[in-house]
Design a protein around this ligand. Structure first.
Ligand code: SF4
Length: 325
């Protein structure tokens, strides 16, 4: 059953030169306990999509389309109703754990507040459950450590605390936006594994955002590649990696292969990501695409189903090279 259903999502901002779109007609679904990795270069619309789902976009953002959580439409909900959902059914883990935690409150109290607010627990029950959650996320001596302040923990431990807080109420959906970018590489893998295993245990659907395709493919069952606010390719991670169909996905993978042991010079994708105030017409990737055809600069390719596994539609690609199957 679908936990999250995003349909024709569009996010725009007004500017002196008119309104410009940063997310352009995005549609996807996510099932219970399933996982989706969203990859793309800076400015591809990954984080704007996450913030739109959480209802955390700035006041001047204009959002249209539909975002449904367990069938409930989130767009147009009051701030009060969204506050009730955030922390309970919807949770997010941010890149910088220090700025996401209150420096003046013990970590046990911060987790406890979430439980009191959304689960109606007494202060005593919440304190006990906070210790259990800290232990679950690998914090030693949780009874003692729950009384410590955020600055008394390492970066990796702070991210574990944020994960404990995010999963405290067993949310239906957790979004983690570059959750390990600020951490040491040796800690990154452990934190991501923790995130994945806890989500699976609780049955929480996970959206993981990163520019690192290797990390995403190892963590998530499904993968979506975004460019210029649009979906370029989406499917089962294994299939997207092994049979990348979109020229942009293929170019991203070439840079990855070279970084991880290629013998020749490093591949780079020629050109720059587009300025979203004035994006190229037609396929947004056409100025950088090695396969570009004359009509690519005129007609926007829409995501189409291609390749099926045992009768199931498993891959969507937005490129004029791909005939629908
Ligand atoms: Fe390249 Fe054209 Fe496909 Fe865009 S639509 S990725 S420009 S071939």
């Amino acid at each position: 059953m679908s936990v999250l259903n995003v349909s024709r999502l569009k996010v725009s901002y007004p500017s002196r030169d008119g309104v410009f779109d940063v997310v352009r007609g995005l549609s996807f679904e996510l099932d219970e306990a399933d996982s989706l990795g969203i990859a793309g270069e800076s400015g591809s619309g990954k984080s704007q999509t996450a913030l739109a789902i959480m209802g955390l976009l700035p006041d001047n953002a204009r959002v249209s389309g539909s975002i449904r959580l367990d069938g409930q439409e989130l767009l147009g909900e009051s701030e009060q109703d969204l506050d009730r959902l955030r922390g309970k059914s919807l949770a997010m883990v941010f890149q910088d754990p220090l700025s996401a935690l209150n420096p003046y409150m013990t970590v046990g109290r911060q987790i406890g507040e979430v439980l009191e607010l959304h689960q109606g627990m007494s202060a005593k029950e919440a304190a006990r459950r906070s210790c259990e959650l800290l232990q679950m996320t690998g914090i030693d001596e949780p009874g003692r450590r729950s009384k410590a302040y955020p600055h008394q923990f390492s970066g990796g431990q702070r991210q574990r605390i944020l994960i404990a807080m995010a999963l405290a109420c067993g949310p239906r959906l957790l979004i983690a936006d570059e959750p390990t970018t600020a951490l040491d590489v040796t800690v990154q893998k452990k934190i991501l594994e923790l995130l994945r295993s806890l989500c699976q245990e609780i049955g929480t659907a996970l959206i993981l955002i990163s520019h690192d395709l290797a990390v995403l493919s190892g963590m998530c069952r499904n993968l979506m590649i975004m460019y210029a606010g649009m979906e370029m390719e989406r499917g089962l991670s294994e299939q997207v990696l092994l049979q990348a169909t979109h020229p942009y996905t293929a170019a991203l993978l070439r840079t990855l292969e070279d970084l991880h042991g290629g013998a020749g010079p490093l591949s780079v994708i020629p050109g720059e990501p587009p300025d979203m105030r004035n994006p190229p017409g037609g396929c947004p990737f056409h100025p950088r695409c090695t396969e570009v055809m004359p009509h690519c600069s005129e007609v926007i390719p829409r995501p189409r189903p291609v390749k099926r596994i045992a009768g199931a539609q498993s891959q969507w690609v937005a490129c004029h090279l791909e005939p629908e199957q």
